[in-house]
Design a protein around this ligand. Structure first.
Ligand code: FES
Length: 314
């Protein structure tokens, strides 16, 4: 049953994969979860004693699995608190609310070959790509970049997901341009991981003359901080302060405002909100150059004010 866009569920298992990685398994309170597309992610709402977190995570379960969903979460040093809460406080049996899966990183059906390049925890969407690519008999290769300490665990996860992969530890890695060179026409590349890796993949592909429509990225980089600022909500007249470690979306939520969101990483456009006054520092991946220059929209999950204050159409 989906209530208010969320599915009541509970934690059925927590598996420690490494000192900083845990796999969380959720089961619905009743019935089944919806079928998810490969690479889909879910918004998980966690209610702590003092605050609520809404975080987006890639599903790592095979798309057809509906009795349970699983996610893998790294306990980030620079976390807004969601990953710490998951790692330190969530226990089997705890209730969570799961948003219906959203597909923002689909497999390109017309691609003749697929090159998947993950960095660190950016492996997660590919764990649900693999069973689908194998079932379709698709031509693909997967390259996972990580620290030497994580080559073993990522190798295990990829084997479990049923895919052969090349793991590139720090001391033995192949250049991205080398991987992309000489791929047949019609190949698509998918990348998920740190911004630096995704930028390197995009630059290498464009340098080699790949069309931009064959380059796919999944970014869950999060908001990052910045200078504090204020927003005034034109419709209610309320004024809200956004601290240097908070996103605008988090500040709106902390003020009790039901702000729309989905990916919380600047990728889906669900949180786009009208700007009536002030200058925006755009950090999203959805607005066009023209829309950015127009300055009338802001992705509240990642973007901030360049001027000290903004007036929003809220
Ligand atoms: S919630 Fe997806 S772009 Fe902001």
């Amino acid at each position: 049953m989906i209530l208010d866009g969320t599915i009541p569920a509970h934690v059925s298992d927590i598996e420690s994969l490494s000192p900083t990685l845990k796999r969380f398994r959720f089961e619905p309170e009743r019935g089944h979860f919806p079928t998810a597309a490969p690479g889909a992610h879910i918004l998980v709402t966690l209610r702590g004693p003092e605050r609520v977190w809404k975080n987006a995570y890639s599903l790592v379960t095979p798309p057809e699995q509906r009795d349970a969903y699983a996610i893998i979460v790294r306990r980030a040093e620079e976390s807004r608190g969601g990953s710490h809460f998951l790692h330190d406080h969530l226990r089997p049996g705890d209730r969570v609310e799961i948003g219906a899966p959203a597909s923002l990183f689909p497999i390109a059906n017309r691609a003749r070959r697929h090159v998947l390049i993950g960095g660190g925890i950016g492996i997660t969407p590919f764990l649900s790509f693999l069973p689908v690519l194998r079932a379709r008999g698709a031509a693909f290769e997967l390259h996972q970049y990580c620290t030497d300490a994580e080559t073993e665990i990522f190798g295990r996860l990829l084997t479990e997901a049923g895919g052969a992969a090349t793991i590139h530890g720090r001391t033995s890695r192949r250049a991205i341009a080398e991987i992309l060179a000489d791929q047949p026409l019609g190949t698509h590349v998918y990348t998920c991981g740190p911004e630096r890796l995704m930028a390197a993949v995009e630059a290498a592909a464009l340098d080699l003359g790949w069309p931009s429509h064959s380059i796919h990225q999944e970014s869950f980089g999060g908001a990052g901080g910045g200078a504090p600022f204020h927003v005034r909500l034109a419709r209610s007249g309320r004024s809200i302060a956004v601290s240097e470690t908070q996103s605008l979306l988090e500040a709106l939520e902390a003020a009790g405002i039901e702000a729309p969101c989905l990916c919380r990483g600047g990728a889906c456009g669900v949180c786009l909100t009208g700007v009536i006054d002030g200058e925006v520092e755009h950090r999203d991946h959805v607005l066009t150059e023209e829309e950015r220059a127009g300055g009338r929209l802001i992705a509240t999950c990642v973007s901030r004010a360049r001027s000290g204050a903004l007036v929003l159409d809220l």
